[in-house]
Write a protein that binds this ligand. Structure first.
Ligand code: NAD
Length: 333
Protein backbone atom coordinates (compact mmCIF):
# COMPACT_ATOMS: atom_id res chain seq x y z
CA UNK A 1 0.00 0.00 0.00
CA UNK A 2 1.13 3.53 -0.71
CA UNK A 3 0.92 6.28 1.95
CA UNK A 4 0.87 10.06 1.86
CA UNK A 5 2.67 11.29 4.97
CA UNK A 6 2.96 14.96 5.90
CA UNK A 7 6.28 15.86 7.53
CA UNK A 8 6.35 19.07 9.59
CA UNK A 9 10.01 19.72 10.50
CA UNK A 10 9.09 22.39 13.09
CA UNK A 11 11.56 24.61 14.97
CA UNK A 12 14.76 24.25 17.01
CA UNK A 13 15.91 20.63 16.96
CA UNK A 14 12.78 19.68 14.95
CA UNK A 15 14.41 19.56 11.49
CA UNK A 16 17.38 17.53 12.86
CA UNK A 17 15.26 14.87 14.58
CA UNK A 18 12.48 14.62 11.97
CA UNK A 19 14.96 14.13 9.10
CA UNK A 20 16.59 11.42 11.20
CA UNK A 21 13.22 9.69 11.69
CA UNK A 22 12.43 9.98 7.99
CA UNK A 23 15.67 8.19 7.07
CA UNK A 24 14.78 5.34 9.43
CA UNK A 25 11.21 5.03 8.12
CA UNK A 26 12.48 5.07 4.52
CA UNK A 27 14.84 2.22 5.35
CA UNK A 28 11.85 0.07 6.35
CA UNK A 29 11.01 -0.20 2.65
CA UNK A 30 7.39 1.03 2.58
CA UNK A 31 5.89 3.02 -0.28
CA UNK A 32 5.70 6.47 1.33
CA UNK A 33 5.20 9.83 -0.40
CA UNK A 34 6.50 12.46 2.04
CA UNK A 35 5.07 15.96 1.79
CA UNK A 36 6.88 18.66 3.77
CA UNK A 37 4.90 21.53 5.28
CA UNK A 38 5.82 24.34 7.62
CA UNK A 39 4.45 25.26 11.05
CA UNK A 40 5.67 27.27 14.04
CA UNK A 41 8.22 30.08 14.15
CA UNK A 42 9.73 28.93 10.84
CA UNK A 43 6.33 29.23 9.13
CA UNK A 44 5.74 32.65 10.72
CA UNK A 45 9.07 33.90 9.34
CA UNK A 46 8.69 32.39 5.86
CA UNK A 47 4.93 32.54 5.28
CA UNK A 48 3.67 35.16 7.74
CA UNK A 49 1.59 32.76 9.85
CA UNK A 50 2.60 30.07 12.38
CA UNK A 51 -0.06 27.63 11.15
CA UNK A 52 -0.63 28.02 7.38
CA UNK A 53 -3.93 26.82 5.89
CA UNK A 54 -1.88 24.71 3.43
CA UNK A 55 -0.37 22.77 6.36
CA UNK A 56 -3.80 22.15 7.89
CA UNK A 57 -5.22 21.03 4.53
CA UNK A 58 -2.27 18.70 3.93
CA UNK A 59 -2.64 17.08 7.37
CA UNK A 60 -6.37 16.61 6.72
CA UNK A 61 -5.67 14.90 3.40
CA UNK A 62 -2.77 12.68 4.51
CA UNK A 63 -2.82 9.12 5.82
CA UNK A 64 -0.86 10.43 8.83
CA UNK A 65 1.56 13.21 9.80
CA UNK A 66 4.90 13.30 11.59
CA UNK A 67 5.62 16.57 13.33
CA UNK A 68 8.69 18.15 14.88
CA UNK A 69 8.29 20.44 17.90
CA UNK A 70 7.19 24.02 17.31
CA UNK A 71 8.17 27.02 19.42
CA UNK A 72 5.59 29.04 21.35
CA UNK A 73 6.55 32.37 22.90
CA UNK A 74 5.75 32.48 26.65
CA UNK A 75 3.43 35.13 28.04
CA UNK A 76 3.10 36.98 24.73
CA UNK A 77 2.99 36.44 20.93
CA UNK A 78 1.04 33.92 18.87
CA UNK A 79 -1.06 31.07 20.24
CA UNK A 80 0.54 27.62 20.45
CA UNK A 81 0.57 25.91 17.06
CA UNK A 82 0.12 22.59 18.85
CA UNK A 83 -3.02 23.70 20.64
CA UNK A 84 -4.41 25.24 17.39
CA UNK A 85 -3.63 22.10 15.40
CA UNK A 86 -5.22 19.82 17.99
CA UNK A 87 -8.33 21.97 18.30
CA UNK A 88 -8.81 22.79 14.61
CA UNK A 89 -8.43 19.15 13.55
CA UNK A 90 -10.18 17.80 16.67
CA UNK A 91 -7.20 15.59 17.50
CA UNK A 92 -8.91 14.87 20.78
CA UNK A 93 -6.71 12.12 22.21
CA UNK A 94 -3.07 12.49 23.12
CA UNK A 95 -1.53 9.06 23.60
CA UNK A 96 1.78 9.08 25.48
CA UNK A 97 3.34 5.74 26.35
CA UNK A 98 6.27 5.64 28.80
CA UNK A 99 8.22 2.42 28.39
CA UNK A 100 11.69 1.63 29.73
CA UNK A 101 14.38 1.04 27.13
CA UNK A 102 17.11 -1.52 27.80
CA UNK A 103 20.38 -0.06 29.06
CA UNK A 104 19.02 3.47 29.49
CA UNK A 105 19.94 4.88 32.89
CA UNK A 106 16.77 5.73 34.85
CA UNK A 107 15.37 5.32 38.35
CA UNK A 108 13.22 2.29 37.51
CA UNK A 109 13.30 -0.73 35.24
CA UNK A 110 10.40 -2.21 33.32
CA UNK A 111 8.13 0.82 33.46
CA UNK A 112 5.36 0.34 30.93
CA UNK A 113 2.45 2.71 31.28
CA UNK A 114 0.32 4.92 29.08
CA UNK A 115 -0.90 8.45 29.71
CA UNK A 116 -4.03 9.35 27.75
CA UNK A 117 -4.46 13.13 27.80
CA UNK A 118 -7.59 15.02 26.73
CA UNK A 119 -6.26 17.24 23.97
CA UNK A 120 -8.87 19.87 23.09
CA UNK A 121 -10.19 21.64 26.17
CA UNK A 122 -9.46 22.32 29.87
CA UNK A 123 -7.24 25.36 30.43
CA UNK A 124 -5.94 24.98 26.85
CA UNK A 125 -9.27 26.26 25.53
CA UNK A 126 -7.42 29.59 25.36
CA UNK A 127 -10.28 31.54 26.95
CA UNK A 128 -8.43 34.15 29.00
CA UNK A 129 -9.42 37.72 29.72
CA UNK A 130 -8.53 40.58 32.00
CA UNK A 131 -11.43 41.18 34.38
CA UNK A 132 -10.00 44.46 35.70
CA UNK A 133 -6.37 45.62 35.54
CA UNK A 134 -4.29 43.23 37.61
CA UNK A 135 -6.88 40.43 37.59
CA UNK A 136 -7.11 37.84 34.80
CA UNK A 137 -9.32 34.84 34.39
CA UNK A 138 -8.60 31.60 32.45
CA UNK A 139 -11.60 29.39 31.80
CA UNK A 140 -11.10 25.66 32.32
CA UNK A 141 -13.66 24.07 30.04
CA UNK A 142 -14.81 20.48 30.67
CA UNK A 143 -17.61 19.04 28.56
CA UNK A 144 -19.35 15.71 28.86
CA UNK A 145 -18.85 15.05 25.13
CA UNK A 146 -15.05 15.49 25.24
CA UNK A 147 -14.79 13.61 28.55
CA UNK A 148 -16.75 10.70 27.14
CA UNK A 149 -14.71 10.40 23.93
CA UNK A 150 -11.37 10.53 25.80
CA UNK A 151 -12.57 7.98 28.37
CA UNK A 152 -13.72 5.70 25.55
CA UNK A 153 -10.35 6.14 23.79
CA UNK A 154 -8.54 5.13 27.01
CA UNK A 155 -10.65 1.99 27.50
CA UNK A 156 -10.48 0.98 23.84
CA UNK A 157 -6.70 1.43 23.93
CA UNK A 158 -6.50 -0.70 27.09
CA UNK A 159 -8.62 -3.43 25.50
CA UNK A 160 -6.72 -3.42 22.19
CA UNK A 161 -3.39 -3.71 23.99
CA UNK A 162 -4.53 -6.38 26.47
CA UNK A 163 -4.07 -4.05 29.43
CA UNK A 164 -5.84 -4.61 32.71
CA UNK A 165 -6.68 -1.28 34.28
CA UNK A 166 -7.58 2.33 33.53
CA UNK A 167 -7.00 4.98 36.23
CA UNK A 168 -8.69 8.37 36.02
CA UNK A 169 -6.44 11.03 37.60
CA UNK A 170 -8.39 14.14 38.65
CA UNK A 171 -9.02 16.84 41.23
CA UNK A 172 -12.72 16.20 41.72
CA UNK A 173 -12.44 16.68 45.49
CA UNK A 174 -11.85 20.42 44.89
CA UNK A 175 -13.11 21.03 41.34
CA UNK A 176 -16.42 19.37 42.08
CA UNK A 177 -18.22 20.52 38.95
CA UNK A 178 -15.56 20.27 36.23
CA UNK A 179 -13.49 17.31 37.42
CA UNK A 180 -16.62 15.86 39.00
CA UNK A 181 -18.10 15.68 35.49
CA UNK A 182 -14.87 14.21 34.07
CA UNK A 183 -14.68 11.52 36.77
CA UNK A 184 -18.41 10.65 36.60
CA UNK A 185 -18.16 10.32 32.82
CA UNK A 186 -15.10 8.04 33.07
CA UNK A 187 -16.99 5.89 35.61
CA UNK A 188 -19.99 5.63 33.30
CA UNK A 189 -17.85 4.61 30.31
CA UNK A 190 -16.02 2.09 32.55
CA UNK A 191 -19.38 0.33 32.94
CA UNK A 192 -19.25 -0.61 29.24
CA UNK A 193 -15.82 -2.28 29.64
CA UNK A 194 -16.34 -5.03 32.19
CA UNK A 195 -13.07 -6.73 31.09
CA UNK A 196 -11.00 -3.70 32.20
CA UNK A 197 -10.68 -2.62 35.84
CA UNK A 198 -11.27 1.01 36.67
CA UNK A 199 -10.11 3.17 39.54
CA UNK A 200 -9.38 6.82 40.20
CA UNK A 201 -6.66 8.79 41.93
CA UNK A 202 -6.42 12.44 43.01
CA UNK A 203 -3.85 14.17 40.80
CA UNK A 204 -1.42 15.37 43.49
CA UNK A 205 -1.27 11.94 45.14
CA UNK A 206 -0.95 10.43 41.66
CA UNK A 207 2.27 12.41 41.09
CA UNK A 208 3.72 11.06 44.32
CA UNK A 209 2.62 7.47 43.62
CA UNK A 210 4.16 7.63 40.14
CA UNK A 211 7.52 8.66 41.57
CA UNK A 212 7.40 6.05 44.36
CA UNK A 213 6.01 3.16 42.35
CA UNK A 214 5.34 3.67 38.65
CA UNK A 215 4.58 -0.05 38.29
CA UNK A 216 1.30 0.51 40.13
CA UNK A 217 -0.19 2.19 37.02
CA UNK A 218 -1.28 0.77 33.68
CA UNK A 219 -3.37 3.13 31.49
CA UNK A 220 -4.06 6.59 32.92
CA UNK A 221 -6.63 9.08 31.63
CA UNK A 222 -6.79 12.76 32.55
CA UNK A 223 -7.68 16.26 31.39
CA UNK A 224 -5.35 18.42 29.30
CA UNK A 225 -3.07 20.25 31.77
CA UNK A 226 -2.75 17.29 34.16
CA UNK A 227 -1.83 15.09 31.17
CA UNK A 228 0.75 17.61 29.97
CA UNK A 229 2.52 17.66 33.33
CA UNK A 230 2.16 13.99 34.23
CA UNK A 231 3.43 12.82 30.82
CA UNK A 232 6.64 14.83 31.29
CA UNK A 233 6.95 13.20 34.72
CA UNK A 234 6.50 9.74 33.20
CA UNK A 235 9.05 10.66 30.48
CA UNK A 236 11.47 11.39 33.33
CA UNK A 237 10.78 7.93 34.78
CA UNK A 238 12.10 6.19 31.66
CA UNK A 239 15.14 8.34 30.88
CA UNK A 240 13.88 11.74 29.77
CA UNK A 241 12.25 13.73 27.02
CA UNK A 242 14.65 12.55 24.32
CA UNK A 243 12.99 9.13 24.46
CA UNK A 244 9.22 9.54 24.70
CA UNK A 245 6.89 9.48 21.68
CA UNK A 246 3.27 10.55 21.34
CA UNK A 247 0.27 10.44 19.05
CA UNK A 248 -2.49 13.05 18.61
CA UNK A 249 -5.50 11.14 17.37
CA UNK A 250 -8.85 12.27 15.98
CA UNK A 251 -11.51 10.72 13.78
CA UNK A 252 -9.58 9.37 10.77
CA UNK A 253 -6.66 11.76 11.43
CA UNK A 254 -3.47 11.47 13.42
CA UNK A 255 -0.36 13.56 14.03
CA UNK A 256 2.66 11.89 15.64
CA UNK A 257 5.31 13.84 17.53
CA UNK A 258 7.80 13.63 20.38
CA UNK A 259 6.67 14.79 23.81
CA UNK A 260 9.66 17.17 23.93
CA UNK A 261 9.88 20.76 22.69
CA UNK A 262 12.31 22.61 20.44
CA UNK A 263 15.24 22.30 22.92
CA UNK A 264 16.67 25.75 22.06
CA UNK A 265 19.72 25.05 24.26
CA UNK A 266 21.00 22.33 21.89
CA UNK A 267 19.31 23.31 18.58
CA UNK A 268 21.56 23.34 15.51
CA UNK A 269 24.38 21.53 17.28
CA UNK A 270 23.60 18.06 15.93
CA UNK A 271 23.37 16.71 19.49
CA UNK A 272 19.63 16.03 19.87
CA UNK A 273 18.43 12.55 20.67
CA UNK A 274 16.17 11.49 17.76
CA UNK A 275 14.74 8.46 19.63
CA UNK A 276 11.49 10.18 20.65
CA UNK A 277 10.64 11.14 17.06
CA UNK A 278 11.78 7.76 15.70
CA UNK A 279 9.49 6.03 18.25
CA UNK A 280 6.70 8.47 17.28
CA UNK A 281 7.19 7.24 13.70
CA UNK A 282 6.89 3.68 15.07
CA UNK A 283 3.53 4.63 16.62
CA UNK A 284 2.55 6.07 13.22
CA UNK A 285 3.40 2.81 11.44
CA UNK A 286 1.35 0.84 14.00
CA UNK A 287 -1.57 3.25 13.39
CA UNK A 288 -1.20 2.47 9.66
CA UNK A 289 -1.23 -1.26 10.51
CA UNK A 290 2.36 -1.64 9.26
CA UNK A 291 3.29 -3.89 12.18
CA UNK A 292 6.34 -5.56 10.58
CA UNK A 293 7.98 -2.23 9.69
CA UNK A 294 7.14 -0.80 13.14
CA UNK A 295 8.61 -3.85 14.91
CA UNK A 296 11.74 -3.72 12.77
CA UNK A 297 12.47 -0.10 13.69
CA UNK A 298 11.56 -0.49 17.37
CA UNK A 299 13.72 -3.61 17.69
CA UNK A 300 16.64 -1.78 16.05
CA UNK A 301 16.32 1.13 18.52
CA UNK A 302 16.18 -1.33 21.43
CA UNK A 303 19.22 -3.17 20.08
CA UNK A 304 21.26 0.05 19.90
CA UNK A 305 20.33 0.84 23.52
CA UNK A 306 21.04 -2.71 24.67
CA UNK A 307 24.54 -2.52 23.17
CA UNK A 308 24.95 0.86 24.86
CA UNK A 309 27.84 1.95 22.63
CA UNK A 310 26.13 4.85 20.88
CA UNK A 311 24.36 7.38 23.07
CA UNK A 312 23.51 11.05 22.73
CA UNK A 313 24.48 13.66 25.34
CA UNK A 314 21.15 13.63 27.21
CA UNK A 315 21.93 9.99 28.17
CA UNK A 316 25.54 10.68 29.11
CA UNK A 317 27.04 9.78 25.71
CA UNK A 318 28.91 11.71 23.04
CA UNK A 319 27.16 10.54 19.85
CA UNK A 320 25.67 13.03 17.42
CA UNK A 321 22.12 12.74 16.09
CA UNK A 322 23.48 11.41 12.80
CA UNK A 323 25.75 8.83 14.48
CA UNK A 324 22.80 7.55 16.51
CA UNK A 325 20.65 7.22 13.38
CA UNK A 326 23.44 5.43 11.51
CA UNK A 327 23.59 2.82 14.26
CA UNK A 328 19.80 2.35 14.20
CA UNK A 329 19.96 1.90 10.41
CA UNK A 330 22.78 -0.63 10.81
CA UNK A 331 20.71 -2.57 13.39
CA UNK A 332 17.65 -2.84 11.10
CA UNK A 333 17.75 -6.46 10.00
P1 NAD B 1 12.07 21.20 25.73
O1 NAD B 1 11.44 19.87 25.70
O2 NAD B 1 12.34 21.84 24.41
O3 NAD B 1 13.47 21.12 26.52
C1 NAD B 1 13.56 20.70 27.88
C2 NAD B 1 14.96 20.09 28.13
O4 NAD B 1 15.01 18.80 27.52
C3 NAD B 1 16.10 20.90 27.48
O5 NAD B 1 17.22 20.86 28.34
C4 NAD B 1 16.38 20.16 26.19
O6 NAD B 1 17.73 20.28 25.74
C5 NAD B 1 16.07 18.71 26.58
N1 NAD B 1 15.62 17.96 25.42
C6 NAD B 1 14.39 18.00 24.85
N2 NAD B 1 14.34 17.19 23.79
C7 NAD B 1 15.56 16.62 23.67
C8 NAD B 1 16.12 15.69 22.74
N3 NAD B 1 15.42 15.16 21.72
N4 NAD B 1 17.41 15.33 22.92
C9 NAD B 1 18.14 15.81 23.95
N5 NAD B 1 17.66 16.70 24.86
C10 NAD B 1 16.38 17.10 24.71
O7 NAD B 1 11.15 22.14 26.63
P2 NAD B 1 11.14 23.72 26.84
O8 NAD B 1 12.54 24.23 26.90
O9 NAD B 1 10.22 23.92 27.98
O10 NAD B 1 10.42 24.32 25.55
C11 NAD B 1 11.12 24.91 24.46
C12 NAD B 1 10.10 25.29 23.38
O11 NAD B 1 9.44 24.12 22.88
C13 NAD B 1 8.99 26.25 23.85
O12 NAD B 1 8.78 27.21 22.83
C14 NAD B 1 7.77 25.35 23.99
O13 NAD B 1 6.57 26.04 23.78
C15 NAD B 1 8.03 24.36 22.86
N6 NAD B 1 7.38 23.04 23.05
C16 NAD B 1 6.82 22.50 21.94
C17 NAD B 1 6.26 21.24 22.03
C18 NAD B 1 5.66 20.65 20.78
O14 NAD B 1 5.79 21.22 19.72
N7 NAD B 1 4.99 19.50 20.87
C19 NAD B 1 6.25 20.53 23.26
C20 NAD B 1 6.85 21.13 24.37
C21 NAD B 1 7.43 22.40 24.25
Amino acid sequence: MSYRIVLIPGDGIGPEVTSAARRVVDAAGLDIQWEEHLAGQTALEKLGTPLPEATLAAVRGANASLKGPTATPSGTGFRSVNVELRQKLQLYANYRPAKSLPGVPSRYENVDLIVVRENTEGLYSGLEHEVVPGVVESLRIVTETASERIARFAFETARRQGRKRVTCAHKANILKLSDGLFLRTCRRVAGEFSDIQFDDSIIDATAMKLVLNPHSFDVMVMENLFGDIISDLTAGLVGGLGLTPSANVGKGLAVFEAVHGTAPDIAGKGKANPTAVILSAVLMLRYLNEKAAADRIENAVREVFTRGEVRTGDLGGKATTVEFVESVLAAMH
